[in-house]
Ligand binder design. Structure first.
Ligand code: GDP
Length: 445
């Protein structure tokens, strides 16, 4: 997937720090150098890399570092926060007009995935309870109108296209008429698909800018292909100057691109990434969460997604109890085991485990994963005394050895389970208290 090689490199860098007792300036420099190389190799724009590594370095050397954390954790914590920052910080949702229809205009190069995105967005909006209308203002590409009609049909959303002889060749007029049509027929959102060229050109910019002036959109979404690499910066800047936009949509995040565009665009333009497109199908689309993306890149596990899925599967009473346990720090290994057993009911156990922190290293194991993982976890926890299950801190070396022997596993297995439990518990604790989850195992900042 898009960030896998960056992710592997960063995780390897952090792993090197794990054996260090203290973070020396030389360690910081070495680590920052590695991060810099990894980002550049992922096609992140040089200026973004410089800024990013500068901040990480400064913070890692400063007094702010949390002395309770080990060096690897300190660095991961800082890198995570800075990564969330360059991805735009908070999640930014679509803003709807007080007086409908809300007009959303799409802009971007040809092939970026605008028309496909128009269909995805329409389908998603419909699911969210809106009544969208698609407007075909891309009159440049011969079959763009037909293509929009096809995705509109798939999404079950009507398409406004120029009638022959009425506005043909005039995308500005089509856009305006489309908005009028929406007002007349009371659609609450209008998605205006516009033309793109293969490269940036003045005429394209003027047309997009004219459409913007004519329909005064509430949102202008700049659609950019994540595979575009280093050109992302020039393209984004040109669109910002030529049309300007309120948000960014990244497409083709399912490809093997190195993902640098994704990491550069928000920070270069100061505009948030609002959606991500991850495939050719209309459902391969999701609102973008900077914190979740950062956790994915750093292999911290997508705890939030995990929680959302868990919430759907657990009954509410049970969930409340568990949340209370998290918040009051009384969540035990026994509870953990119960949770895992409940996860079994959730269908894709493999997917769930994949979202737990540190799961990346177990990817191969996950591919052959079967219920044995739970059986092993069960065996390990059952080999613990009640006191150990409640207070994992008691688990010194000799106890761990005893547990490994008792459960037919290894000390490493026991260590991993305890570590994963602690990370999950700490992270969930923050979430349960209503805070933003921080790096697992590190507590609040
Ligand atoms: P437009 O010229 O900007 O309107 O781009 P299109 O919507 O026609 O998309 C160009 C090509 O990219 C089409 O073949 C789409 O199926 C494909 N495409 C669009 N979005 C994605 C995506 O997220 N992932 C992948 N793999 N392909 C996509």
């Amino acid at each position: 997937a898009t960030f896998s090689s960056l992710s592997d490199r960063l995780t390897a860098t952090f792993k090197n720090l794990r054996t260090k007792g203290k973070l020396t300036p030389a360690d910081v420099d070495g680590t920052v150098r590695e991060i810099r190389r990894a980002l550049l190799d992922a096609d992140v724009a040089l200026e973004v890399v410089k800024d990013f590594t500068g901040k990480v370095r400064e913070r890692a050397l400063s007094d702010e570092v949390n002395k309770a954390l080990n060096p690897a954790q300190q660095v991961v914590q800082i890198v995570n926060e800075e990564l969330v920052g360059i991805l735009g910080g908070q999640q930014r949702r679509l803003e709807f007009a007080k007086k409908p229809p809300t007009v959303i205009m799409l802009a971007g190069l040809q092939g970026a995935g605008k028309t496909t995105l128009a269909g995805k967005l329409a389908k998603w909006l419909k699911k969210e309870g809106h009544t969208p209308l698609l407007v075909a203002s891309d009159l440049q590409r011969p079959n763009a109108v037909t293509q929009l009609q096809v995705v509109g049909e798939q999404a079950g959303v009507p398409v406004f296209a120029p009638e022959p002889g009425n506005g043909v060749g005039n995308p500005v007029k089509v856009a305006k008429d489309g908005v009028k049509e929406a007002e007349r027929k009371q659609y609450d959102t209008v998605i205006v698909d516009t033309a793109g060229r293969l490269g940036i050109d003045a005429e394209l910019m003027k047309q997009a800018s004219d459409i913007r002036k004519a329909v005064d959109p509430d949102e202008v979404l700049f659609v950019i292909d994540a595979m575009i690499g280093q050109d992302a910066v020039t393209t984004a800047r040109a669109f910002q100057e030529g049309v300007d936009f309120t948000g960014v949509v990244l497409t083709k995040l399912d490809g093997d691109a190195r993902g640098g565009a994704a990491l550069s665009v928000a920070s270069i333009t100061g505009r948030p990434i609002m959606f991500a497109s991850t495939g050719e199908g209309l459902d391969d689309f999701e609102p973008f969460h900077p914190d979740r993306m950062a956790s994915r890149i750093l292999d911290l596990g997508d705890i939030l997604t995990l929680i959302e899925q868990a919430q759907e599967a657990f009954d509410e009473e049970e969930a409340k109890k568990v949340a209370e346990k998290f918040a009051t720090d009384t969540f035990t290994l026994d509870d953990f085991l119960k949770q895992m057993q409940q996860l079994r009911n959730m269908g894709s156990l493999k997917g769930m485990l994949g979202m737990l922190p540190g799961a990346r290293g177990m990817r191969e194991a996950l591919d052959n994963f079967d219920e044995r993982e739970i059986v092993r976890t069960e065996a390990i926890i059952q080999s613990m005394t009640l006191a150990e299950r409640t207070t994992p801190k008691l688990l010194n070396g000799s106890r761990r050895l005893r547990i490994a022997k008792g459960s037919g596993t290894t000390v490493t297995d026991v260590n991993q389970l305890v570590l994963r439990f602690e990370q999950a518990a700490k992270m969930m604790k923050t979430v349960a208290k209503g805070g933003t989850p921080q790096v697992p195992g590190m507590g609040p900042i």
